[in-house]
Design a protein around this ligand. Structure first.
Ligand SMILES: [Zn+2]
Length: 429
C-alpha cells in the first residue's frame, strides 16, 4: 500500500510552538496549498496515510495565525482615502500594491480604512475595498475582510484630524448613510464591514440598528458620548470602540464616558462589553493607560495600527486630504495647522511588541489581540485568527528575541492560503 501521494500540496511544520489560546503548544501543524486550509494531521497520517510533500523544521520558532489589522488608512505611499487624478484604475492598482507589501509585515488580512471624506470619495473607493473573497490567491498578498469607514458621521468636536467641513449628521438614519456612501454600498453584500460613528448624533442609534440588519458592524468613535449614550449604542447593536481614549472624553469619576463601557455590565440584561481598538505606538497612549484598559477587559482588546500612507516614508511635510498637510518626524505624525496627532506609521507586530513589554502580557496573550480577538469581533473566527482544522492557512513564523527586559517578536516567514509569500532574507515577495 503506497504511503504517500506525490504533489499533494501538503506541508507539515515541525519543531515549532503553536499559538493556541493563551498557551504556546509544542505541536506539528499540517496545511494544504490546494485548499489553503489547516488540516487534521493525525487523520492524514494515520487515517489516510498521506505523507506531506514538504516538511519545514522551524527550529523551535513560534507559528502564529496571520495578523489582522482592523484599522489601516494606507501605507507605502498609498492612501485609501485619496482617489488619484488619473482615476479609479490607478486607485485599484494602488490597493493591489498595498496588499502585496502589507503581507510581508505579517498582516495577512485587514480592513482598509477610509477617514471622513466627501461622498464621492466613498462611492469611488468602496468598490475596490470590499472583501477579497474568491478566487483565493496567495500571490495577491494581504486580504481585505471588508472596508472600515471611519466617519463622516462623527462629532465635529472630536474630529481629530478629520476635516470638519465634510462631517455629517445621520438625521434620517439609513437613507442619509446611503446618500453618503452610495446605495449600492449599503446592501447585505456591502463592501463595508465596520463603520465608526458618534452615537450621540441625531439619527445615529437607528442607523446602528439598520446597519446591523445589513450585517455591517458599528463602532463608537470620534464621539462626545456620555456613558449613558454609549450604552444606548451597545443596546442598538454597536460592538466596538474605535481607538479607545483617542478622540473621546476621558474618564471622569462622575461621568465615565465611553471608557466606562469596559466596566462590568450593570445588570444581566445589559449588552456584552464592547471590543476596543488601541494604538500601542507610544505616541497615542501612555503604556499605563493601555495596561488599565487591558486589565478592565482583556478579551475585548484589539491592537490596531491606524497607520497611514506615510508609514515607511522619510521625515518631512506631506500633502494630505482636503488641503491639509502632515508633518512626519520619526514615528510622530502631526497635522501642520494644529499639531494634532495624525495617525501612526507603526507596524502591527511593533504594536504587539510594545504591548507585551508595557503590560507584561505573554506572547500568546499579545498575539491574541491581533488574531483571535479581531477575528471574533468580525465574526470570522471559524476561518481566521486561529490554528484550528478548517481555518485558512494564513500563518506567521515568529522569532522571539531579547530577554525578560524587552521581548521582541520578529516576522521570519508569512504564509497565505497555505503558500509561503514572504521569508526574511529570502527573495519571495
Ligand atoms: Zn480616528
Amino acid at each position: 500500500m503506497p504511503a504517500a501521494i506525490l504533489s499533494n500540496g501538503v506541508t507539515k511544520f515541525t519543531n515549532c510552538v503553536l499559538v493556541k489560546g493563551n498557551d504556546l503548544v509544542k505541536e506539528d501543524l499540517w496545511i494544504s496549498s490546494v485548499t489553503g486550509k489547516i488540516l487534521n494531521g493525525q487523520d492524514l497520517l494515520y487515517g489516510q496515510r498521506i505523507a506531506p510533500d514538504n516538511i519545514i523544521d522551524l527550529g523551535g520558532r513560534i507559528l502564529s495565525p496571520g495578523l489582522i489589522d482592523v484599522q489601516l488608512n494606507g501605507a507605502y505611499g498609498f492612501d485609501f482615502s485619496v482617489i488619484p487624478e488619473e482615476g479609479t484604475t490607478t486607485y485599484g492598482k494602488g490597493v493591489v500594491s498595498v496588499n502585496k507589501n502589507l503581507v510581508q509585515t505579517g498582516v495577512t488580512s485587514y480592513l482598509p480604512t477610509l477617514t471622513s471624506q466627501k461622498p464621492e470619495v466613498y462611492q469611488k473607493a468602496l468598490p475596490y475595498l470590499g472583501p477579497s473573497g474568491a478566487p483565493r490567491n496567495a500571490s495577491s498578498g494581504s486580504e481585505s475582510l471588508g472596508a472600515h469607514v471611519e466617519g463622516p458621521f462623527i462629532s465635529p468636536t472630536k474630529n481629530g484630524i478629520h476635516n470638519t467641513s465634510v462631517l455629517q449628521t445621520p438625521q434620517n438614519g439609513l437613507p442619509d448613510l446611503a446618500t453618503c456612501y452610495g446605495p449600492s454600498n449599503l446592501t447585505t453584500s456591502s463592501p463595508i464591514k465596520l463603520l465608526t460613528l458618534a452615537p450621540e448624533l441625531p439619527g445615529a442609534l437607528s442607523s446602528i440598528s439598520s446597519l446591523n440588519e445589513l450585517g455591517i458592524m458599528t463602532s463608537i468613535g470620534h464621539s462626545e458620548a456620555t456613558y449613558e449614550q454609549a450604552q444606548l449604542a451597545l443596546f442598538s447593536g454597536a460592538t466596538m470602540i474605535t481607538h479607545l481614549f483617542n478622540a473621546m472624553n476621558p474618564l471622569h469619576h462622575r461621568n465615565p464616558g465611553i471608557f466606562g463601557l469596559l466596566g462590568s455590565p450593570p445588570s444581566p440584561s445589559s449588552p456584552p462589553k464592547p471590543y476596543f481598538g488601541l494604538i500601542a505606538d507610544g505616541i497615542h497612549l501612555h503604556p499605563t493607560t493601555i495596561k488599565i484598559a487591558w486589565n478592565a477587559h482583556p478579551t475585548g482588546l484589539i491592537l490596531v495600527t491606524d497607520a497611514m500612507r506615510l508609514a515607511g516614508m522619510p521625515d518631512g511635510v506631506y500633502e494630505w486630504t482636503n488641503g491639509s498637510r502632515i508633518v512626519k518626524k520619526g514615528a510622530l505624525l502631526t497635522l501642520e495647522e494644529n499639531g494634532k496627532i495624525a495617525g501612526s506609521s507603526i507596524t502591527l507586530i511593533e504594536c504587539v511588541n510594545n504591548f507585551m513589554n508595557w503590560t507584561g502580557a505573554t506572547v500568546p496573550e499579545a498575539l491574541k489581540a491581533v488574531t483571535e480577538t479581531p477575528a471574533r469581533m468580525l465574526g470570522v473566527e471559524s476561518v481566521k485568527g486561529n490554528l484550528k482544522e478548517g481555518a485558512d492557512a494564513d500563518l506567521v513564523v515568529l522569532d522571539l528575541v531579547g530577554g525578560e527586559e524587552a521581548k521582541n517578536l520578529a516576522v521570519d516567514q508569512v504564509w497565505k492560503f497555505g503558500e509561503m509569500v514572504f521569508e526574511k532574507g529570502g527573495d519571495r515577495a
